[in-house]
Design a protein around this ligand. Structure first.
Ligand SMILES: Cc1cc2nc3c(=O)[nH]c(=O)nc-3n(C[C@H](O)[C@H](O)[C@H](O)COP(=O)(O)OP(=O)(O)OC[C@H]3O[C@@H](n4cnc5c(N)ncnc54)[C@H](O)[C@@H]3O)c2cc1C
Length: 397
């Protein structure tokens, strides 16, 4: 049987994805005794299959703020983290929207500029000039972030975990938390398949499994598995240089370069939600892959000369408003249970800032750096779902 590296901790974090590891680093730096447990390994969940976009464009300013506060962690990794490498690659980021969403995009960009984000509204023809060969039919306007890019999600989580351990956190992989232990209305620790670990605070950072874990403490979370396919296509020899990330709401497709020879492509629609997170992930079906290739070729016809290399499926936890659930569980469950889940397919880039503010919430009683309270679990019972100030219609942002 596996051994736990410790039997007591100030905070137990269940899940060594990017969110659990970012939180572990912030807590450990502030002197808390943190234990991170994962039933598989670091980055084994959504993090390991993430497309790794690091961009600031959202229709909710609070999410842009979280991404913006997190951004220097990716660009100044060695100064901020000091272990491993997040592998940030600056490509620029182009958000395209159909004419019906043009006003919303303009308003979102203005709000983002107001908090210092380097972003601007560009016309469809400017977008075509940025990405040689880009066809812009159906595009109203775009937002252009010249400093954004992508990072390596598993490398990011592994580096955050290594830094947390340097600051005293402990980690055990291959350990499943079977239940959250509750005594007299308070969290007392966790039971695992390697024994018990006592702690007054347990953080549910279990990704697609977050609802299953919370259920062991008698808490119902509105988090369901959301599955998302991506593919790597080989770039043709005559592709242009300097391909940025393109997130295309008009065609519900996104793509970005991966190194020098590959294009990573994903669809924004047609993703499966619900079911058990434990059912096999399987492989993306041929029909979906054909749609994905059609959409990318219709935007950048030079990809007709590309070839199919591989496809993969990942899963994250999805909430009814597609925003995370953060902070103490409150009246819905035992004292000491903290939620860090429901990232709904978009929680890679925001992890450093969420970890910082959630660590404050746990240690100081309130999230001071960025006020995360709008993301509390109580919003669902109160009917206060979080909506963007200038919302887009798309299912997934
Ligand atoms: C295909 C795909 C593409 C994406 N692209 C982007 C993107 O470009 N940009 C972006 O910002 N976001 C993106 N996302 C979303 C982002 O990757 C996730 O929101 C983020 O990685 C969530 O991290 P996490 O730490 O909350 O969860 P996870 O990475 O899922 O980690 C949860 C961990 O908990 C562990 N666990 C679960 N239950 C237990 C238990 N009982 N005991 C012990 N351990 C347990 C699991 O093994 C897992 O390692 C994408 C997601 C997917 C699926």
């Amino acid at each position: 049987m596996r051994q736990l590296p410790t039997r007591t901790a100030d905070v137990v974090i269940v899940g060594a994805g990017v969110q659990g590891t970012a939180l572990a680093l912030h807590l450990a730096r502030r002197g808390a005794r943190v234990a991170v447990l994962d039933r598989a390994s670091v980055g084994a969940g959504a993090t390991g299959s993430s497309s790794g976009f690091v961009r600031m464009h959202y229709d909710l300013l609070l999410e842009s703020e979280l991404a913006w506060r997190s951004f220097p962690w990716f660009t100044d990794w060695s100064e901020r983290v000091g272990d491993g490498d997040c592998g940030f690659v600056r490509t620029g980021f182009l958000q395209l929207v159909p004419p019906g969403e043009a006003d919303a995009l303009r308003a979102n960009v203005a709000a983002q500029q107001g908090i210092g984000i380097e972003t601007s509204v560009i016309s469809a023809s400017d977008a075509a000039a940025l990405v040689p060969g880009l066809r812009v039919d159906g595009v109203g306007v775009g937002a252009w972030e010249p400093r954004s890019g992508y990072a390596d999600p598993t490398g990011t989580a592994a580096g955050l975990l290594a830094a947390a351990r340097r600051h005293g956190a402990t980690y055990a992989g291959g350990v499943t938390v079977t239940s959250i232990r509750v005594e007299h209305g308070r969290v007392a620790g966790v039971a695992t398949d390697a024994g018990e670990l006592a702690s007054p605070v347990v953080v549910d950072a279990a990704g697609a499994w977050a609802a299953d874990l919370a259920h062991t403490a008698g808490v119902d979370l509105p988090v369901v598995p959301w599955r998302h396919d991506t593919a790597y296509l080989g770039l043709p020899a005559d592709r242009p240089d300097g391909i940025p990330i393109v997130l295309d709401h008009a065609r519900s497709v996104y793509f970005r370069p991966e190194g020098r020879d590959l294009l990573l492509v994903g669809l924004e629609d047609g993703n499966e939600t619900g079911g058990s997170p434990d059912r096999p992930l399987g492989t993306p079906d041929d029909g979906l892959m054909a749609t994905l290739v059609d959409r990318v070729v219709s935007r950048v016809p030079w990809m007709a000369g590309g070839d199919f290399r591989s496809a993969a499926r990942g899963q994250d936890g999805m909430t009814p408003d597609q925003r995370p659930i953060l902070g103490p569980v409150g009246d819905a469950g035992p004292d000491g249970l903290v939620l860090c889940c429901g990232f709904s397919g978009t929680g890679f880039k925001t992890a450093p800032a969420i970890g910082e503010s959630l660590a404050e919430w746990i240690l100081d009683g309130e999230p001071r750096t960025i006020d995360l309270r709008r993301f509390g679990l109580d919003r669902f019972a109160a009917g206060r779902l979080v909506e963007g100030e200038h919302p887009y219609q798309s299912l997934w942002r």
